[in-house]
Design a protein around this ligand. Structure first.
Ligand code: PLP
Length: 325
């Protein structure tokens, strides 16, 4: 199948209407000079998706929830941390689509739910808590078995909705970006469960762009995460009828130098990036994901590491609710 046919397939994928059209692409006109000049800096505002406080999970869930409904699901089941943006977006999607939602969260049940945990409750999701990340998947399997026995027709959504179909939401997002007339030399974004980066790479491949994609890890090392991104990007391409070999392994670049002391723990660089964004652009980034990705933009501009003709685009993947945790 040619890439044209793959693009036609992609554009025709069934999607729930959780998006309200393209997200804005804005110039970060004051941040660049504050960093001493350099390339034109843009931001793609997926934090400003109007649905349920937005973020990258809404794009992925628009496709994955459509699959769930096509399969007759009545309950969405997924997992994450207590402050998971993905769980909050899943709870919101379920509410909007008239489905039930059950969440498996690692951490302590909060006495006073805040931020994403508060929203999960408002959206009407039920939640159970496990002590560690490793206990989540077995707990999801048990919940699915129980809900099936009760006739609740569960549909389990993997971590971050990072299935090949979920990833294709970001291939569609590349299509959206190009239709906005923007072809960056590099896209910088936060990466964790690999779906966003895999989809961006699949989209760049399908559209034949020379744009580089730099995923900035929120937790895992590049050695751990890169093969996962590559496999998922190739599976996403295969789902559109294109050979996975269309994507070379060297296109997958995961920067793990901004994790700092670990997942969700602010670093000096992420604190500085958050302050720069807020004070120069009135942009809000979170300490788990987007501040660390923006810190990579800040460092790259200062060190003159972004060559190429087009602008540098920071893809804001959301997470602003976490500021109120
Ligand atoms: C989940 C998430 C990411 C990471 O996206 P993946 O597709 O899981 O790699 C980045 N930023 C925010 C705000 C997120 O919630």
């Amino acid at each position: 199948m040619s890439h044209e046919r793959a693009l036609a397939f992609l554009r025709a994928l069934p999607a729930e209407p959780l998006l309200s059209g393209p997200t804005p692409v804005l110039d970060m006109a004051r941040l660049g000079p504050a960093l001493g000049g350099g390339p034109r800096l843009l931001v793609k505002r997926d934090d400003a998706i109007p649905f349920g406080f937005g973020g990258n999970k809404v794009r992925k869930l628009a496709l994955v929830a459509a699959q769930a409904r096509a399969e007759g699901a009545r309950t969405l089941v997924t997992m994450g941390g207590v402050q998971s943006n993905h769980c909050r977006a899943t709870a919101a999607a379920a509410a909007r689509l008239g489905l039930a939602c059950h969440l498996v969260l690692n951490g302590e049940r909060p006495e006073t739910p805040r931020a994403n945990a508060l929203l999960d409750e408002l959206f009407g999701a039920s939640a159970e808590y496990v002590a560690t990340r490793d206990e989540r998947a077995p707990a999801v399997a048990r919940a699915v078995a129980r809900l099936e026995a009760e006739g609740q027709r569960p549909f389990a959504i993997p971590l971050g909705a990072s299935t090949p179909l979920g990833a294709l939401a970001y291939a569609l997002a590349i299509d959206e970006l190009v239709a906005q007339g923007v072809v960056p030399s590099v896209i910088v974004h936060a990466t964790s469960s690999a779906g966003t980066q895999a989809g961006l790479l699949a989209g760049v491949t399908l559209l034949g762009l020379r744009t580089r994609v730099l995923g900035v890890s929120a937790d895992a090392s590049s050695a751990e995460l890169s093969p996962i991104v590559l496999d998922l990007a190739r599976a996403a391409l295969e789902a559109t009828g294109v050979s996975g070999d269309a994507l070379g392994a060297d296109a997958v670049v995961v920067e793990d130098g901004f994790v700092g002391d670990g997942y969700g723990i602010p670093s000096a660089a992420s604190r500085e990036a958050a302050q720069l964004a807020a004070r120069h652009e009135a942009l809000l980034v979170d300490h788990t994901y987007t501040a660390k990705a923006l810190a990579a933009v800040v460092a790259g501009v200062r060190e003159g590491r972004f060559g190429g003709e087009g602008p540098v685009l920071f893809w804001h993947t959301g997470g602003q609710v976490g500021l109120f945790a």
